[in-house]
Design a protein around this ligand. Structure first.
Ligand code: 5AD
Ligand code: SF4
Length: 470
């Protein structure tokens, strides 16, 4: 899958900004700033994409609301990873028909991974006639042009042609958070795990140029961001498609060299591309947070093979051993799928063995969900749902016990944490994150919000830690 990434010419992006200015002029003629609602589903990549959609909307003169009735533009930025996520979006999208009836001028947009799926776009075309604009992730950079067309000509726009994907720089961003920031370093995925829709909707792997990434991180550091997450579907294969190929570990090293008081994280990593060099770099670079999210999906080699993961359980465990020898207090998290087609309960038990051996700090656990167009969706799937659920519950119970023990080990320690939010639990003032990204609920002065401070850990449960500002 050799391929050099195509970059959208700057003149094209400038043309989009020109549309923004024209729309802003139209909006200014109408008096007070109109409102827009951007509703995001799914992963951090979607959060990052929504920040760019908001960036464009701001340039068009919109302010933001979460009230559908007030919004002149509604954007649903969607996720296609599991059926449950899709059902939720379709439910919410369907309900907007009534909102639009009361506000006929409203423009309703569906974008993100679901919008890229041909069968979803067709369904929207036929049955969701109140939706004006459907566009996939590949053409997000053209959003202003679509809005301009809708404002001046009405009609409906569907833009979700198959596309290997490209890179567009210079799109404005409105960030949601003042303390933590996302930086996309690459897009797409080449792995084609047999259950996964992502390669079909997000196209092939393509990397941003290191100088663009480093400039963005430098700016964030100067603006006082303390927690920066480098994003990609598979960050470990960063740079292979660049004209001058570059390694993710080298990029991390260069990010680490940027002056500023910040921690850098990254996700997601694929075990087959996570190298000893990466682990060494993590160990050596003081700004790189001591945490790794390394999905293993299943503990049985036959299942891993049918999943097309291209690593074995032994290879995975060897990587973990290597990493733990370099960073003994590394915080480890993973993704697991239960009930992949043909996985027996005996094979599932190999997954439990991996949990016992690695002792992850936390897991993201999913029941397999068939996705149209993926190889796994055509595989025989004889296990009844109740048996999958029973296995799923065993997995969650085991992990809960491990998380609880791991969290209990923090009690009595003082940890430098980033105070990142106001607690929704009234018994605590703030929330914080340990360097390994464990959640801490903290009592103390709310003035500390946005700062790194020592927190004395006084309690814990399976989900989080509790503490007080030291
Ligand atoms: N069914 C269930 N879980 C899935 N994931 C990806 N595709 C599916 C699917 N079809 C999970 C994987 C992946 C995470 C982001 O979502 O565990 O790592
Ligand atoms: Fe999906 Fe596998 Fe790519 Fe992750 S690595 S996005 S699970 S195909």
């Amino acid at each position: 899958m050799e391929r050099i990434t195509t970059t959208i010419p700057q003149a094209e992006v400038d043309r989009q900004l020109q549309y923004c200015r024209e729309i802003a002029r139209m909006n200014a003629d109408r008096g007070e700033a109109p409102l827009a609602f951007v509703d995001t589903y799914g992963c951090q990549q979607n959060e990052a994409d929504s920040e760019r959609i908001r960036g464009y909307l701001r340039q068009m003169g919109y302010d933001f609301t979460t009230d559908e009735e007030q919004a002149r533009i509604i954007v649903l930025n969607t996720c296609a990873i599991r059926e449950h996520a899709e059902q939720r979006v379709l439910g919410n999208l369907g309900a907007l028909v009534h909102v639009k009836r009361r506000n006929p001028e409203q423009i309703i947009c569906l974008c993100g991974c679901m919008a890229q799926e041909a069968h979803v776009a067709e369904k929207v075309r036929q049955s969701f006639r109140h939706v004006d604009l459907v566009f996939g992730p590949h053409v997000l950079w053209k959003f202003p042009e679509y809005i301009h067309t809708l404002l001046t000509q009405r009609g409906r726009i569907f833009s979700n042609a198959d596309d290997p994907g490209s890179i567009a720089e210079g799109i404005p961003v409105v960030r949601q958070d003042k303390v933590k920031a996302w930086v996309s370093i690459m897009y797409g995925c080449n792995n084609f795990c047999s259950y996964c829709i992502v390669p079909y909707v997000r196209g092939r792997e393509r990397s941003r140029r290191p100088e663009d990434i480093l400039a963005e991180v430098r700016q964030l550091a100067e603006e006082g961001y303390h927690d920066i997450t480098l994003l990609g579907q598979n960050v470990n294969s960063y740079g292979k498609d660049l004209e001058e190929p570059m390694d993710f570990a080298d990029l991390l090293e260069q990010v680490n060299a940027i002056p500023g008081d910040f921690l850098v994280r990254f996700m997601t990593s694929h075990p087959k591309d996570a190298t000893h060099k990466l682990f060494e770099t993590m160990a050596r670079c003081e700004k790189v947070a001591p945490v790794l999210h390394l999905p293993f999906q299943a503990g049985n080699d036959r299942v891993l093979k049918v999943m097309n993961r291209r690593h074995t359980r032994a290879q995975y465990l060897e990587k973990i051993r290597d990493l733990k020898s370099l960073i003994p207090d590394i915080v480890l998290t993973s993704d697991i799928i239960v009930g992949f087609p043909g996985e027996t309960t005996e094979e599932f038990e190999d997954t439990l063995k991996v949990l016992e051996e690695v002792r992850f700090d936390a897991l993201f656990t999913f029941i397999y969900s068939p996705r149209v167009g993926t190889p796994a969706a055509k595989m025989d799937d004889p296990m009844p749902r109740e048996e999958k659920l029973a296995n799923f519950n065993r997995l969650v119970a085991l992990q809960d016990a491990i998380s609880e023990e791991k969290h209990a080990a923090y009690i009595g320690k003082t940890v430098r944490c980033l105070l990142d939010g106001v607690s929704d639990d009234p018994r605590y003032d703030l929330t914080a994150r340990t360097p390994g990204n464990r959640l801490v609920r903290v009592t103390g002065d709310r003035e500390a919000l946005g700062q790194f401070r020592d927190v004395k850990i006084t309690g814990a449960n399976k989900w989080s830690l509790f503490g007080e500002l030291a």
